[in-house]
Design a protein around this ligand. Structure first.
Ligand code: PLP
Length: 489
């Protein structure tokens, strides 16, 4: 009979080395995974859709999920379940391989199967899996905080508060702003998404998510439209100033490029003028970079493009490249320290393995020059996608910065048009999301290390799909499937 061996013993026998403390003697060259798990299944680096998605295995999973998991845990997309990832490619439960342009809602920032990050996480977990940082700080948390302060803009003294989700960090940022200013008011933007807990949800601009839970007439939350044209810019700034004049506002909370609202890029000069106004009234700027940060737009932070220094930056999602739930607030020291001790603690604050993975993510972005890749290769992708605008009746606009891109689809005649577009791309091997107030925008958020030939594949599929839709050649069964499976908010 095969003898069962413990994981630690297995590592010893595979590495062929005697381990002292931890696993620092694991083979450093080559793949880390086989040392832990035996063979890791590789995903072939090419599109291969052999079973019409969602295939039978995905559907079986979905049915069970519907039976056992509450619906508010689901936002829905295509009903596809994933089992593997490698580089920019993901494989579903039925063996289909897609190029990933959703990155788990912008979290798997560096693609898949990053042995280097998994190894850092594993080593830290083997040493001690959890210390509860608020009681017993750890070196991993300290190192992470120092790195974040270094990459955040501004020369002022900064501090960091760690969290576990974007939502809790947005809540913490609002709490700090309120404590520091002694005011309660928060101005945010219609169709902004800031999270799913307390203050972050209350400040979000999707009414349907808040109705029946938060007081929709709460005067502490004012929402203004997100400006796109220069006319709107003037109007919105005037609107904001009229609210600031009441002297009740603690902060303006904004996604510099509005993500879930439809990848909206603001008009030039909006943020510098906004910051001037805020400084005049002593109001803080909270910059929600949960989706746009960590190099996605071709700078560390989307606000770096605007020549402004926010008082608080909130980061999450790609912060640990999807290896652990980690978020952070980086802000002016005096603002964050307005919160009293224990006012922003979670059991898993500064969870060692998680923040070690996040620190490693920052190193990789720097060492592999990925911010430049976002700028240059992301720009290449956007240019290629923009050419699909020639099918005017299908593609309204492709827009964005770096690898944060949206393709707006004309839904004026068919409210399902964008979902049909996304679903058809899925059938052709590109995994997008869709988002926006009418779900009209295809969400293009690839890993920031995607290369040009992968971008060419994405561009090809988008052009083919736009052409098919233009000539009404989308198969009837695709449209049928969209009605069954493609859901959104
Ligand atoms: N802020 C932005 C801009 C987001 O896109 C999201 C998530 O989609 C959040 C906040 C909430 O982050 P989390 O889902 O990690 O709580």
């Amino acid at each position: 009979m095969e003898k069962k061996i413990s994981r630690r013993k297995m590592i010893r026998s595979v590495s062929g080395l005697t381990l002292g403390a931890g696993i620092s003697t694991l083979p450093l060259n080559g793949s880390f995974y086989p040392a832990i798990t035996g063979e890791r299944q590789k995903v072939p680096a090419r599109i291969n859709v052999k079973v019409s998605p969602p295939g039978p295995n995905s559907l079986a999973l979905l049915e069970e999920v519907y039976n056992h998991v509450g619906r508010s845990n689901l936002a829905g997309l295509y009903g596809v379940g994933l089992k593997n990832g490698d580089g920019s490619y993901i494989e579903d439960l039925d063996g289909n391989v897609y190029i990933d342009c959703l990155t788990s809602a912008s979290s798997t920032l560096l693609g898949y199967s990053r042995d280097d990050i998994a190894k850092v996480y594993y080593e830290s977990a083997l040493n001690i899996q959890q210390t509860c940082f608020p009681y017993t700080p750890n070196k991993e948390g300290l190192e992470f905080a120092k790195k974040l302060s270094r990459i955040a803009p501004g020369n002022h003294p900064k501090k960091v508060l760690m969290g576990v989700s974007g939502s809790d960090s947005v809540c913490g940022a609002i709490e700090a702003a309120r404590k520091y200013t002694g005011r309660m008011g928060v101005i945010s933007f219609k169709f902004a998404y800031h999270g799913s807990t307390g203050l972050s949800q209350a400040a979000s601009g999707f009414r349907s998510l808040n109705e029946g839970i938060y007081d929709m007439n709460d005067k502490n939350f004012v929402r203004v439209p997100f400006p796109v044209t220069s006319e709107e810019k003037k109007r919105v700034l005037k609107n904001i100033e009229s609210v600031l004049a009441f002297g009740k506002t603690a902060a303006v909370l904004v996604e510099i490029i509005q993500g879930d609202g439809g990848k909206l890029v603001p008009p030039e000069g909006f943020y510098p003028r906004l910051k001037e106004l805020l400084d005049k009234y002593g109001v803080l700027l909270i910059d929600d970079e949960i989706q746009s940060g960590m190099g996605r737009t071709g700078r560390w932070w989307a606000s770096d493009h605007e020549g402004i220094v926010p008082d608080i930056i909130v980061a999450g999602k790609g912060l640990s490249a999807g290896y652990a739930p980690v978020s952070a607030i980086i802000g002016r020291e005096e603002v964050l320290d307005a919160l009293v001790p224990a006012a922003h603690v979670f059991t898993y604050t500064g969870h060692g393995p998680s923040v070690a993975a996040a620190s490693k993510t920052i190193d990789i972005i720097e060492n592999e020059n990925l911010i430049e890749n976002s700028k240059v290769t992301g720009g290449y992708l956007l240019n290629g996608l923009k050419m699909a605008e020639k099918y005017e009746d299908v593609v309204v606009e492709a827009r964005g910065r770096g690898f944060m891109i949206g393709i707006e689809i004309d839904v004026s005649k068919d409210p399902f048009a964008s979902r049909v577009f996304a679903f058809r791309c899925l059938e052709k091997g590109v995994y997008f999301g869709y988002i926006g107030d009418k779900q009209q925008v295809i969400r293009v958020l690839p890993p920031v290390n995607m290369n040009r030939s992968e971008c060419d594949e994405v561009i090809r599929v988008v052009h083919e799909t736009a052409e098919e839709m233009h000539y009404n050649r989308v198969p009837a069964e695709t449209i049928e499937k969209v009605k069954r499976f493609a859901v959104g908010w």
